[in-house]
Ligand binder design. Structure first.
Ligand SMILES: [Zn+2]
Ligand SMILES: [Zn+2]
Ligand SMILES: [Zn+2]
Ligand SMILES: [Zn+2]
Length: 503
C-alpha cells in the first residue's frame, strides 16, 4: 500500500538538505534552489517549485512575517509542528472545508480527553505558536479554517500530535514529519507485522514523492489486523510504555509487553561464566540476577547499576550534542561504550545499542575528512556491533536491520587506505584484502535480501536496495578479478609442480 501524505514538512535542519516539494536530496549538480521570497524552503528545480506553489504561497508570507518578528536568528524558522499545522489549515481552505481531504483530517482520533499533564503545556505552547504563525488576533479569525473556537484548535493539535509519522529518507534518517490519516488508523504493536517506509520509486518522476509505503514484514492473513509500531521497538518495555502513555495516552498490552520472558535481550548482561546465556538487568529492588541458562549469579550488582546510569546520562548528552558539537559527542560515546561493554552489557541492550548507533553515525560523518585505516576499521567494527545487536531484536527484513546490514557491507567495501601487509592475523576484525571484500560481498547480499522485504520487492528494495545491488555487481567484478587471479596462481603452481610434460 502506497500513498502520498496529506501534508508533510521537513524539520528545520533539513530545509537546506532536501527538496520541500518531493523530499529528494539536493541534486549532485547545482544543489537546491531557494525560494527567493522567504529564503527558507528549497527545491530541486523550478518544476518542483511550481508544483509546491499552491501549498507554499500562504506559507511563504507567514514565514517572512515570522522571521521579521523573531527574537533571534535561532528562532527565525518556526518548528516543524507549527509549519505542518499551518499546511493543514491552509490545505483545508485550499481543498475546501467539506472536502474529503479536510474531513479525513477531522476524523483522525483525538486523545484530548485523556491528555497527560506533561503534554498539556507543550500543546498550549504549540497553539500559541500556530496563532502567531497564521497571523490571527482573535478566535473568530480562525473560522475561515473551519475552527469555531480556541477549543477546536486545541482539538486539532491533539489529533495532530497523536497521528503524526516521521518522514524518513530511504536510509531511514528522519528528515521531517507527515500526516496520513488512512495509515494513522493502524493500531500499535511493539512487535508489528508492518512498517512505514519511504523507499522512493525507481522511476525518474519525483512528482508523486514523498510516497509513504506500508510494507508487511510477514504474511498477514486475510482479516488479520495490520499493526505498526508508534515507537522504537529496540527500546526496553519501560521506555516504550512511557512514550506510548505520554504521546498516545494508552498502556500497551501487546504480546511483547505482556509476555513474561526470563530475560529481555533489550536489557541483558552476558553470563558471568560466559556460557552463552544472558542475565536480566539487576534493579535496585531486585539486585540478584542469574544467568537464564546456567543459573550463575552476576558478580558486582552496584558496578552494573552504576555503568547503566552513567550510560543513560551519556546517551542523552551525546544525542543532544550530535549536531551542535559532534567532537564532544564522539568523545562521550568513545568513553562510555567500553564501560558498558566491560560491565557485561550485551550489544542488543539499552543504552549500549543506541550508543553504538550514535557512535557509528558520528564516525561515518567524520570519514570523508579523517579517512585512515584505523578510523575506517573502527567504523566497521562499530557497524558490525550495531548490526549484531539488531539481529537479536528485530525480525529478518525489518528495514532498520536491513539498512544497518547494508551500511556494514558498504563500509567493508570502502578501499582500504593502508592495508596491513602480511597474512591476516587470526581473529583480527575486520580482515584485510580479499577476505574483507568477500565479507563485504556477503553482507551486501544479505542486506539486499532483507531490503527487498523491508522496503518492498516492487521497487527493488527502495533507493537503498538499488544502490546495494549496484555495489554487489561492482564487487562481483572485483572479486572476479581476485578469484581468477587466485585460480591462475594456483594453476601456475600446479603446472610448475607437474613439470613441462603436463600440457
Ligand atoms: Zn524536488
Ligand atoms: Zn517562500
Ligand atoms: Zn507493547
Ligand atoms: Zn550462564
Amino acid at each position: 500500500m502506497a500513498m502520498r501524505p496529506h501534508v508533510w514538512v521537513l524539520s528545520a535542519v533539513n530545509l537546506d538538505q532536501y527538496c520541500s516539494a518531493c523530499a529528494g536530496p539536493a541534486p549532485a549538480e547545482g544543489g537546491l534552489k531557494r525560494c527567493p521570497k522567504c529564503k527558507t524552503v528549497r527545491y530541486c528545480n523550478s518544476e518542483c517549485q511550481n508544483r509546491d506553489w499552491a501549498w507554499h504561497k500562504p506559507e511563504c508570507s507567514a514565514l517572512q512575517k515570522w522571521a521579521a518578528t523573531a527574537p533571534s536568528a535561532e528562532h527565525a524558522i518556526p518548528g516543524e509542528a507549527v509549519r505542518c499545522l499551518g499546511r493543514i489549515l491552509w490545505g483545508s481552505q485550499k481543498e475546501g472545508l467539506d472536502s474529503p481531504w479536510a474531513q479525513e483530517i477531522r476524523m483522525m482520533q483525538s486523545n484530548r480527553a485523556s491528555l497527560q499533564p506533561s503534554a498539556f503545556e507543550s500543546q498550549t505552547h504549540l497553539a500559541h505558536s500556530v496563532v502567531r504563525y497564521l497571523g490571527v488576533s482573535s478566535p473568530q479569525e480562525l473560522e475561515p479554517y473551519g475552527l469555531r473556537s480556541a477549543g477546536d484548535l486545541v482539538d486539532l493539535i491533539s489529533r495532530f500530535t497523536t497521528n503524526t509519522f516521521t518522514l524518513t529518507a530511504p536510509s531511514l534518517t528522519p528528515i521531517g514529519i507527515c500526516v496520513a490519516p488512512a495509515v494513522a488508523l493502524a493500531n500499535h504493536s511493539c512487535d508489528p507485522n508492518a512498517v512505514i517506509v519511504f523507499p522512493r520509486s525507481p522511476s525518474a518522476s519525483s512528482a508523486k514523492e514523498p510516497l509513504l509505503h506500508v510494507v508487511a514484514l510477514r504474511e498477514i492473513a486475510v482479516g488479520k489486523e495490520v499493526r505498526i509500531s508508534y515507537v522504537d521497538t529496540t527500546l526496553p518495555k519501560a521506555l516504550r510504555q512511557k512514550e506510548l502513555k505520554e504521546v498516545y495516552s494508552f498502556v500497551c498490552q501487546c504480546k511483547l509487553c505482556s509476555r513474561a520472558v526470563p530475560a529481555d535481550p533489550r536489557e541483558a548482561l552476558w553470563c558471568p561464566k560466559r556460557c552463552g546465556g544472558i542475565c536480566p538487568y539487576p534493579t535496585e529492588d531486585d539486585p540478584l540476577s542469574r544467568c537464564v541458562k546456567c543459573n550463575a549469579p552476576i558478580g558486582d550488582t552496584d558496578a552494573v547499576l552504576d555503568a547503566l546510569r552513567v550510560g543513560e546520562e551519556a546517551l542523552d548528552k551525546a544525542t543532544a550534542l550530535q549536531f551542535r558539537d559532534p567532537a564532544k559527542a564522539k568523545q562521550l560515546t568513545s568513553n562510555i561504550i567500553p564501560i558498558l561493554t566491560s560491565a557485561g552489557v550485551t550489544p542488543s541492550s539499552h543504552p549500549l545499542l543506541a550508543m553504538t548507533r550514535l557512535h557509528q553515525e558520528l564516525l561515518i560523518a567524520d570519514l570523508p575528512t579523517a579517512l585512515s585505516q584505523e578510523t575506517l576499521d573502527e567504523t566497521v567494527r562499530t557497524a558490525a556491533k550495531y548490526s549484531a545487536g539488531l539481529q537479536s531484536l528485530l525480525p529478518k527484513g525489518h528495514p532498520v536491520r536491513a539498512v544497518a546490514l547494508g551500511e556494514l557491507g558498504k563500509l567493508l567495501a570502502v578501499d582500504e587506505p593502508s592495508p596491513p601487509s602480511g597474512p591476516n592475523a587470526a581473529g583480527r576484525f575486520p580482515p584485510s584484502g580479499p577476505a574483507r571484500l568477500k565479507l563485504a560481498y556477503e553482507s551486501l547480499v544479505k542486506a539486499h535480501e532483507e531490503l527487498l522485504i523491508g522496503f518492498g520487492k516492487a521497487g527493488g528494495g527502495g533507493q537503498l536496495g538499488r544502490e546495494v545491488r549496484d555495489a554487489i555487481v561492482r564487487l562481483e567484478k572485483e572479486l572476479g578479478v581476485w578469484t581468477s587471479g587466485i585460480r591462475n596462481a594456483l594453476e601456475d603452481t600446479r603446472a610448475a609442480r607437474a613439470g613441462p610434460s603436463s600440457k
